[in-house]
Design a protein around this ligand. Structure first.
Ligand code: SF4
Length: 371
């Protein structure tokens, strides 16, 4: 489960409406969630699900996949069904893929108002389809692809221009009584980005997705995101975050979680994460995850425990977890930080995990004391 937010948060949270991206609540009093985006071709279902498994094991709560072609759109249904975390389809140019993503059962759809030209006359149908399926829409404004009209009006992608684009797009949906919306106004300059989100936070009550675009290589991107998100979250602004790095997406999740922990918005408690399961799975991952969750509930150790569906990729995919199990053929491989330490019969998985979790917690405590 998602760890609890501590009793005394860094700031009073801005009051936003709450939406649901699949089972993950965003906005209102929901904990700030961490998301990332896959770098695989979405049409390569196996590779995409494997990357989603890695992201899930690293603590990612929502994942976005690109959808630039019909082959990608065709893959969405399987990916959405098999992913353990909610999947958002990212649509830039083609309204027809918005419908495809909604039909495919994606947990949300991201649209970029600056890029979708023929979009306006189709808002009514999109709003209807989204409402019928209970699918929220993220209006994702990007400095790099701002509406030409607004670029002319403001000269460049100023905070005012980004906010006007977002609110105008939202108003098109509001006309059709659709408010299941979250908004992002991303810029590569944290100063502009912070100001844009501040203005947006004042102007509406939609939940906000924070992001700095083209944040750059890991070092620079980490700092830019930490500074920008820190400034906003410390004022109670922001409901879900995505760190963008020119690095593997698992790194984005690690940085995002660390930012939330640094601000006291995320306590490290016991967290059970499981792989989305795929053709390789040799066990019922969901059932095993439930058993492990039931077995470990009540332990107060700050560990991330991964439950993976196969011994081939499981340990590797769960490298960022502290501890885990990969199961198959009636056995469970127990691994620590991606290294298999022993193999036990299925009936001993839960008790072995508890033992190893206690050992790890002890070790972490000792390391903390000597550090
Ligand atoms: Fe990855 Fe194995 Fe789970 Fe498939 S079953 S998602 S390969 S761990």
């Amino acid at each position: 489960g998602v760890p609890e937010v501590p009793a005394r948060p860094i700031a009073e949270r801005r009051k936003s409406r709450q939406i649901h991206v699949g089972p993950v609540a965003v906005g209102g009093d929901a904990p700030v969630s961490v998301q990332s985006m896959t770098t695989t071709r979405t049409s390569d279902i196996g590779a995409t699900l494997q990357q989603i498994a890695e992201l899930t094991a690293a603590g990612c709560q929502i994942v976005r996949v690109a959808c630039p072609t019909q082959d990608d759109a065709d893959a969405l249904a399987t990916i959405a069904r098999k992913s353990q975390i909610p999947v958002i389809a990212d649509i830039h140019f083609q309204p027809k893929y918005v419908f495809a993503a909604i039909e495919a059962g994606c947990a949300a759809v991201r649209v970029n108002p600056g890029n979708i030209k023929k979009f306006d006359d189709q808002v009514k149908e999109i709003a209807k389809a989204a409402k019928d399926h209970g699918t929220p829409i993220r209006i994702g404004v990007n400095a790099g692809s701002l509406d030409k009209r607004l670029l002319q009006k403001y000269g460049k992608a100023t905070p005012e221009a980004l906010v006007e684009s977002a609110l105008w797009e939202a108003s098109l949906f509001e006309e059709h009584d659709f408010r299941d919306i979250k908004i992002s106004v991303k810029h590569n300059d944290p100063v502009v980005m912070i100001e844009a989100y501040r203005q947006l936070a004042e102007a509406c009550d939609y939940p906000l997705h924070l992001g700095v675009t083209e944040a750059g290589p890991a070092f620079q991107g980490t700092i830019k995101s930490a500074v920008a998100f820190g400034a906003l979250l410390s004022q109670g602004i922001g409901d879900t975050i995505r760190v963008s790095l020119s690095a593997p997406p698992v790194e984005e999740v690690k940085v995002g979680l660390q930012i939330l922990q640094s601000l006291g918005l995320r306590q490290r408690g016991l967290e059970i994460v499981s792989c989305p399961s795929c053709g390789r799975a040799q066990v019922d991952v969901y059932k095993l995850a439930e058993e492990v969750t039931a077995g470990l509930t009540g332990m107060e150790v700050p560990l991330r425990v991964a439950v993976m569906g196969c011994v081939v990729n499981g340990p590797g995919e769960a490298r960022e977890a502290d501890l885990g199990v990969a199961s198959g053929n009636g056995k469970g491989q127990i691994f620590v930080k991606g290294e298999v330490i022993k193999t036990v019969p299925e009936s001993k998985i839960v008790e072995t995990l508890i033992e190893e979790a206690m050992k790890l917690a002890e070790r972490m405590e000792q390391e903390g004391e000597t550090a």
